[in-house]
Write a protein that binds this ligand. Sequence first.
Ligand code: ADP
Ligand code: MG
Length: 596
Amino acid sequence: MSKQTLSFQAEVAQLLHLVTHSLYSNPEIFVRELISNASDACDKLRFEALDTPALYEDAPNLEVRVSFDKDARTLTIADNGIGMSAQEAIDHLGTIAKSGTKDFMGKLTGDQKQDAQLIGQFGVGFYSGFIVADKITVESRRAGLPANEGVRWVSGGSGDFQVEPIDRPARGTSVILHLRADAEEYLNAWKLKSVIAKYSDHISLPILMEKEEWKDGELLTPGDENGGRQPGGMVKTGEWEAVNKASALWTRPKKDITDEQYQEFYKAISHDHEAPLTWAHNRVEGNTEYTQLLYIPAKAPFDLWNRDKKAGIKLYVKRVFIMDDAEALMPSYLRFVKGVIDSSDLPLNVSRELLQESRDVRAIREGSTKRVLSMLEDLAKHDRHDAAANADGVTDVVDADDKAKEGKYSQFYAEFGAVLKEGLGEDFGNRERLAKLLRFASTSSDTASVSFADYKARMKEGQEAIYYITADTLAAAKNSPQLEVFKKKGIEVLLMTDRVDEWALNYLQDFDGTPLQSVAKGAVDLGKLQDEAEKKATEEAAEAFKPLLAKLKEALKDKAEDVRVTSRLVDSPACLVVQDDGMSTQLARMLKQAGQ
Ligand code: ADP
Ligand code: MG
């Protein structure tokens, strides 16, 4: 291979333009991104070396070195991890392989502020270097390749980049940032240490910096101590020291971890710029032993509804990183949960296929699911002062005080409520716990704040079912003629407007012994709520209108299965209903939209 110039993939070019042109509110995150890449590279080496120990060559101690050169105005982040071959440098630093990239690009609006927020969520990773640098040089050599198969990758962060072969005896990667004039503050050991402490303290590798010490300036008149000196300064000593704790955050005792550290760790693993709503950190002992650190985000990611959306759990085995997006560890309806699970039992060479079958994995998934439900129950319990306490056996899963939890469940529900409902169909074992966590709008509340328990507590004397209606919008639900008799009698009806409601409620026949009844299905039997006189009137009307009904039935025979006299209307002359066992109109419309 000789020196060549290549173009960035269109998406990368677009992203780079955004990175350099949108006022990044938080430039120092580039330190976090580059150190996290260095750490990932070391994780990968450790993992590949399980099978091929020779990859360690003669440098088994994995580490990251951060250094700077004031005169050249460069900042270098070097690791002795897996490194990249020339082709890998071209592929990994010239294209974006991340799922959801298209989605993300489609959401960009051109509005700098909004886009900056989106970029934060998407995570610009390596390209964040261009926030502070006008040129980046990457020198790398993949573990296992000969020294003369190193690669140098250089780019100014616009349309293209150059690659050329180099000799590089040392395995791993050095990322050299040529800093812009306005980013000179990063050429300072104190500044770098404080940024590393903030963003990368949880990294389990040592992050080394060269020690500096004060050196007095030269005497102005040699030999004359009283003649004055040149100004002194810090000089490098050639000795390297670790500037982080170098222990993975989740392995430390809870009491030694501050809220800020938990939050920064979350931001580092999730690329979310907002703090999480809550988290739980536990060591689980027993048949299956593992540590879980699970977070519930405050905001839904832009690709929550993407069908290939990856799970947010990183799997470690005995502190060795195994894989991202371990979907087997969390059910799909909890795909918004982020965090780390570190197992003591799984084999280090576990594959995705193996994960699907492992009993330990099943136990971890069940335990983690229950933990997430407990977190949610705890938030729900503290959501409102008057909230019907609906959490059974919740222990102190969160260390924040109760006051701080107020309103968080509503916030969670607005973002993720619809996803949670998928659990009714997906997780039979936890269906009852899930049902308690659901919230709906109703004829007495415009916001999704009514739980089934709230509803039951307000049921009328003699009412035997929980009534609900599904519709596309709240307005459509509220104005449905099918609600007339309920309004007249002052009976609350839950208004369901999420697309998944119809499907999800198929899996929930009752709540706590009270059946759920759609007001749009079959002949609504108001049972004891209807007095004798009303029943009689309906029966008489049915009798009197028999000939008319027969005619209507004949006229509508291709369109309607039956035509009946009803007591459910007050003002409207007629309404459509579906058979008890029929598909609801809402579901029928949904399937039609989906082309079925
Ligand atoms: P992500 O880390 O989410 O994959 P990045 O933009 O941070 O995205 O990095 C892109 C890719 O570049 C990485 O997936 C990796 O393959 C490669 N890469 C980046 N930095 C390094 C490094 N220090 N050592 C080896 N490979 C790296
Ligand atoms: Mg990265």
